[in-house]
Design a protein around this ligand. Structure first.
Ligand SMILES: Nc1ncnc2c1ncn2[C@@H]1O[C@H](COP(=O)(O)OP(=O)(O)OP(=O)(O)O)[C@@H](O)[C@H]1O
Ligand SMILES: [Mg+2]
Length: 305
């Protein structure tokens, strides 16, 4: 069942088109990774979902309700963490966490205490003294101690150290175990790779790819490293083979998924001594999509405020 759905979501700021026909769907119990380069439109999409920005065209629904008109209702069942958390400077971290929890009215005090412990936060300090990472922790603790159905996280781990990054990942996995759904926008691809059931890649305001990691990998190439007794002749003439590098008896290259079988048959005639193949990482996949992208290709770019 779908928890969150946008259809043909379009947002223009004056002449500048920030989002163009974005279709996004997060199902119940799913962790959805929302990735894309800087300025691609992730935060804009999220602001529309939160009812902070009004879409120019198209629709955005959460729990079947309209993100703009029914924002108040929707907010009772979602928790949001931005990448740049601002807090009231004169309240302590603990006070802010309780404030958020009381606002939502569905808090879990035991969970709060446990998370303060896990995130190693001193809740007695005034927010003005917190570092960037500590401010993120305050928002994460209040989000994950709220008993909500959907977590909307926009680069939530910016500024967290690797230890805390792991605590965050555990929180997301616990939420999933409890049947919750998560929309996670992130630049940390290992985080997305580890956590997300499905991924959507946005570029210049348009979704260019969606699917499970396996489905996305299928569209890409597998890395091969082969050592043969005899030098491999004719590799570069083979279909589906890219990026060949040869060092002595060892050749490395990438193969399009549909040509793997053919390539292995070909290689076997050269007496294979060693063969390694690794699927592309999300980063490989990303780089291929990101290559040659910049803001200047965008509709109406330059007219942006
Ligand atoms: N209020 C606004 N007025 C004009 N342009 C805006 C406004 N908000 C966002 N934009 C533009 O819309 C585009 C998308 O921005 P957005 O913040 O959604 O990107 P993002 O994918 O979240 O990027 P990042 O990874 O850097 O956070 C950018 O080019 C940005 O400059
Ligand atoms: Mg953003």
């Amino acid at each position: 069942m779908s928890i969150l759905k946008t259809a043909n979501l379009t947002k223009r700021f004056g002449k500048f088109t920030a989002l163009e026909g974005v279709d996004l769907e997060v199902n119940e119990g799913e962790i959805y990774g929302f990735i894309g380069p800087n300025g691609a439109g992730k935060s804009t999409t999220i602001r529309i979902l939160l009812g902070v920005l009004k879409a120019t065209e198209g629709s955005a629904h959460i729990f079947g309700k309209d993100a703009w008109k029914d924002a108040v209702d929707i907010h009772k069942r979602i928790a949001y963490v931005p990448g740049d958390v601002n807090l009231w400077p004169n309240l302590t971290g603990g006070e802010v966490i309780d404030l958020f929890l009381n606002l939502r009215g569905n808090d879990n005090k035991k969970m709060r205490d446990e998370l303060i412990e896990r995130f190693d936060l001193d809740p007695t300090k005034k927010c003005r003294t917190y570092s960037k990472g500590n401010r993120q922790k305050v928002a994460l603790i209040s989000a994950f101690s709220s008993n909500v159905d959907l977590y909307i996280l926009d680069e939530p781990t910016s500024g967290l150290d690797p230890l805390m990054e792991r605590v965050f990942q555990n929180c997301v996995m616990d939420a999933k175990k409890a049947g919750k759904s998560v929309l996670l926008s992130s630049h940390i691809l290992s985080e997305v790779e580890k956590l997300c059931d499905r991924v959507g890649i946005i570029r210049q305001g348009q979704i260019i790819e969606t699917g499970t990691l396996n489905e996305l990998r299928h569209l890409t190439r597998t890395n091969f490293v082969v050592q043969t007794e005899e030098p491999i002749k004719g590799l570069k003439d083979l279909s589906g083979v890219h990026g060949i590098e040869v060092k002595g008896q060892t050749s490395s290259f990438q193969v399009d998924t549909e040509y793997i079988n053919q390539v292995i048959k070909f290689l076997s005639q050269f007496e294979i001594e060693k063969l390694e193949s690794t699927p592309p990482t999300l980063e490989d996949l990303f780089m291929r999509h990101y290559e040659g992208t910049n803001e200047s290709g965008r509709t109406g770019a330059g007219g942006a405020s």
